[in-house]
Design a protein around this ligand. Sequence first.
Ligand code: SF4
Length: 355
Amino acid sequence: MHLQQPHLCLGHCPHGVTCDPTAVTCCHLSHRSFHPPSPCAGSAWGRGMLSVWVGTQGRDSPCSGSPWWMVAHGAVTELCAGSSPEPGISAIHAGSQLQGTPAVPRQSRRRKSVAIAYEAGQGEGAEARWEPPRWREQLQRIRQMRSGRDAPVDEMGVHRCYDTSAPPEVRRYQVLLALMLSSQTKDQVTSAAMLRLRRRGLTVDSVLQMDEESLGHIIYPVGFWRNKVKYIKQTTAILKQKYGGDIPSTVEELVQLPGVGPKMAHLAMHIAWDSVAGIAVDTHVHRISNRLQWVKKETKSPEQTRVALEQWLPRDLWKEINWLLVGFGQQTCLPVSPRCSQCLNQDICPAAKRP
Ligand code: SF4
């Protein structure tokens, strides 16, 4: 179903009906599911905006703080560049500021026009939303291959490297540090380095007090340990000065920290903040996505792969996909000489090496 004349619930009903926020359907939204808007803690359009997704819970919302709704800017109406909240709709951005919205300047009380994109076959000029033909089968088989949860990432990944009994801000700092150490480094080496650091009481203050030589001594032999010592010291000083010893809670702020890239930022959001702002794409996710042709055109970098995957992969899979593919890449779909003969996807993988 698509909306010919969509109405966002902005506090009054075009049909004169009072909206019941608990109702399954709402005439304000042309009989689509309706739930009350909630403040957006996500990063799609920045803070201080209210979100109003028209869609299904957990799918495709750019609003990472709330599973539900699309962001109303309180400003200009525009088409969402992100993925569809539901089949049939790319996005609807309301120009009006909603009740309870944090202080975003109201530009006009007049309702702005609403932009909608339709799926193929659901309106003139419709464009098909691309997705890989057999991805559900492929994903299901990867889940089956990963059901043992016995890859290095399962036992020694970053989610296993922090002290679960530490205060929340210390846990988050340890997650970020483990992520910084893990770049270009095997999980086993990262895990051992984190253990050595934690034995000394791994906090923002303890790292600030440590000199670079001692820090290098502890984290060696993680990859690029000399650079990482510098980045860790710089990042830790910023966390102390700017974030009160905690880590930032948005991808935008995280990638500003020295030595923190997009993959680390997204994983930090998943693990440290339990929030999904995007897909964490490392070398395994990048390689396997290309082998399975989960990207429309071949991508040249993990960042390109992230953008390509986020265009079609349902949002409720964004967190799982990293864990699944990293372990799959460590055990089966290896960078060199993938074990295609043991792979359940051999018959439906475009890159399979067949005997
Ligand atoms: S068939 Fe081979 S290349 Fe394809 S996913 Fe399986 S291991 Fe990877």
